[in-house]
Design a protein around this ligand. Structure first.
Ligand code: FES
Length: 168
């Protein structure tokens, strides 16, 4: 029997148990069997995934941020969890993220426009960041943020940030 079919056998048993439970009153015992079968099936299924497949180890995946230039070109960068979007951009040589102060909130040259769909997922702006946003070279907008203050986490995977036309 193929590995895939073997891995799915416990699922079939679990489905059979669900059907059986619906036909008799021993639902408590059937429920325990179902949970046991499903746990076994999940483990077996996981073991059939090739070792180099991304689904094998989601812990090793890192959040990504997408930087969009004014000409529409995009650069996707990997960021360590807790790393700022700015640091990830600088490490990947993203154009237009100057970050002259290195993230100490004294330059505003890491200014970005956050895609509207992502704004609510960011941490609220702290007062220091709000004050520095008064000094951006490009127009400050409601979705303006300083990328050195955006700490990447799994929930921000795919975050889209537009780079302004100028930083100085
Ligand atoms: S890098 Fe200077 S304020 Fe963000």
């Amino acid at each position: 029997m193929a590995a895939w079919a073997r891995a799915n056998a416990p699922w079939k048993r679990a489905m059979a148990a669900i059907i059986a439970a619906s036909e008799n009153s021993e639902s408590m015992e059937a429920g325990a069997k179902i949970r046991s079968s499903m746990g076994e099936a999940k483990l077996n299924l996981h073991n059939t995934i090739p070792s180099n497949h991304p689904a094998r180890d989601t812990e090793s995946r890192v959040p990504k941020a997408v930087f969009i230039q004014t000409d529409g070109s995009e650069t996707t960068v990997d960021a360590a969890r807790g790393e700022s979007a700015m640091r990830a951009a600088v490490r990947s040589n993203v154009d237009g993220i100057l970050a002259e102060c290195g993230g100490s909130l004294t330059c505003s040259t890491c200014h970005v426009y956050v895609d509207e769909g992502w704004l609510a997922r960011l941490e609220p702006i702290e007062q220091d960041e709000a004050e520095m946003l008064e000094y951006t070279a490009a127009e400050r907008r409601p979705n303006s943020r300083l990328s050195c203050q955006i700490k990447m986490r799994d929930e921000l995977d795919g975050l889209r940030l537009a780079v302004p036309e100028c930083q100085l």
